[in-house]
Design a protein around this ligand. Structure first.
Ligand code: TRP
Length: 451
């Protein structure tokens, strides 16, 4: 019955928790990944499927993860172990910790790219391009440069480790306090710039006009994977963050804030990117390089572009760090709580293992570009396995666990422990028990057994 957060440290304030959870959710997933996946999968129709996944699958699972975390005060493995000791359900936790390893390994690489672009913005090398081709060439040269990529990847992982060593309060909360509002203002500003570029309307159309012939089981799977990835769900990161809550917080409104905020940032970013993509004559299907080619081209063509570029990439790098630390924290919490490691040991050892696992991902665009597994680069394999399979599977099992095994009655009791009224309790219970698990299962079935 006790809240284990008491002896593990906890968030400084209610707002602190919401900001930290938003800090985990908002990151490269919204700003780098969302636009390129939308671009590769047909635009508007994908966005609608994505929004449906958020409302029907993401929202109920986020509240479930927070509830599991606050109830048990533990990491993903410990949470399931406490509620159903020595049953296979503990496997959800282990799968989560494993997914955390995989995701952070390639996340750290892209986080490194953002740091490189902060530095390149300061030296003004990425805000004076005369064409999008030139911007693309610059990016291409960068990601094929082994030593540069390694250097910034190392820097990014080092920063994440340095913060997580100091524990959850302190840095994480404070950074998010400034970051979140600043990011919204920045995106609004860039949206205005994009929308006023000549030719922007074609991009708006691509982004908002749904062409349903583009929807296939594979596209739905990607939209669902992206929903899990963007909301930081399916691996227990939100269980871990929930475990640092003191009991008096209102979980239901925190869930709504985080989901709305994360979705708002992603949608805004789409409105920044797509008008610009068409205006500067790039293809929306370009993939991971999309944002890095489009935005510097836009910055090169706007007043104060050099300054805006520094600010934008700095905000993006911070957003990536606040997400990276939540991934590392979930892994580290397991080794501290369940294995009795010290925080320092856990961060140094696991951080290094994850870092090393990321190295081949980092080289996947350069010296390892021809090294293919199942037709994909190392980077793509790790991303695909973790984001599109492990996260939805972990999320589905979490929904089944909370909805049917631990039970919504117990969960409700925990949620309402300090809340007068859980207004959308009936909706939550319904989507959690029926819609979310069935939706994930159907998507997997459609993917593996087409027809
Ligand atoms: N949600 C983050 C983003 O959008 C990434 C992230 C952080 C994450 N923690 C996670 C993804 C846990 C999956 C699971 O960039």
């Amino acid at each position: 019955m006790t809240n284990g957060a008491n002896n593990r440290g906890f968030w400084g304030s209610r707002m602190g928790f919401i900001l930290a959870a938003s800090g985990s959710a908002v990151g490269l997933g919204n700003i780098w990944k969302f636009p390129y996946i939308v671009g590769q999968n047909g635009g508007g129709a994908f966005v609608l499927v994505y929004l449906a996944c958020i409302a029907l699958v993401g929202l109920p699972i986020m509240l479930s993860e927070f509830t599991l975390g606050r109830k048990t005060g533990l990491n993903p493995v410990g949470a399931f172990q406490t509620l159903r000791p020595n049953t296979p359900w503990v496997g959800i936790g282990f799968m989560g910790v494993f997914a955390g390893f995989l995701i952070l390994s390639f996340y750290g690489v892209v986080g490194g790219w953002t740091l490189a672009y902060v530095v390149n913005s300061i030296t003004q090398s990425v805000s004076h391009f005369s064409s999008s081709q030139e911007a693309g060439q610059f990016f291409g040269n960068f990601i094929t440069n082994t030593w540069e990529v390694l250097f910034y990847h190392t820097l990014f992982m080092g920063l994440c480790m340095a913060i997580v060593i100091r524990g959850v309060h302190g840095g994480i909360e404070k950074a998010c306090n400034i970051l979140m509002p600043a990011l919204v203002v920045m995106l609004l500003l860039l949206m205005v710039r994009s929308l006023t570029l000549p030719g922007a309307m074609e991009g708006v159309r691509f982004y908002l006009y749904p062409d349903f012939s583009k929807i296939t089981p594979q596209v739905v799977l990607l939209a669902m994977g992206q929903a899990f990835f963007s909301l930081s769900l399916g691996m227990g990161a939100m269980i871990t963050y929930g475990s640092y809550l003191s009991a008096r917080e209102n979980l239901t409104s925190a869930t709504l804030y985080v989901v709305l905020f994360d979705t708002l940032i992603a949608l805004l970013m789409g409105m920044v990117i797509f008008p610009a993509v068409f205006a500067v004559g790039l293809e929306p299907t370009e993939g991971p390089s999309l944002v890095f080619n489009v935005l510097p081209t836009v910055f090169s063509n706007m007043p104060f572009g050099a300054g805006v570029s520094v600010l934008f990439f700095a905000l993006l790098a911070i957003a990536a760090i606040t997400s990276g630390i939540s991934l590392l924290e979930a892994v580290v919490a397991y080794f501290i709580d369940q294995r009795g490691w010290t925080r320092k040991q856990a961060v140094l050892v696991m951080g290094s293992v994850i870092y090393l696992l990321g190295v081949p991902s980092g080289l996947s665009f350069g010296v390892l570009a021809d090294f293919k597994l199942m037709g994909m680069t190392f980077f793509d394999v790790v991303d695909n396995v973790a984001s599109n399979y492990l996260l939805p599977l972990g999320g589905m099992l979490t929904a089944i666990f909370v909805g049917w095994v631990w039970g919504t009655r117990e969960a409700h009791r925990e949620i309402e422990r300090y809340e007068t009224k859980f207004h959308w309790g009936a909706y939550w219970e319904f989507v959690l028990r029926y819609v979310a698990p069935v939706a994930v299962a159907l998507v997997f079935l459609a993917k593996f057994f087409p027809e």
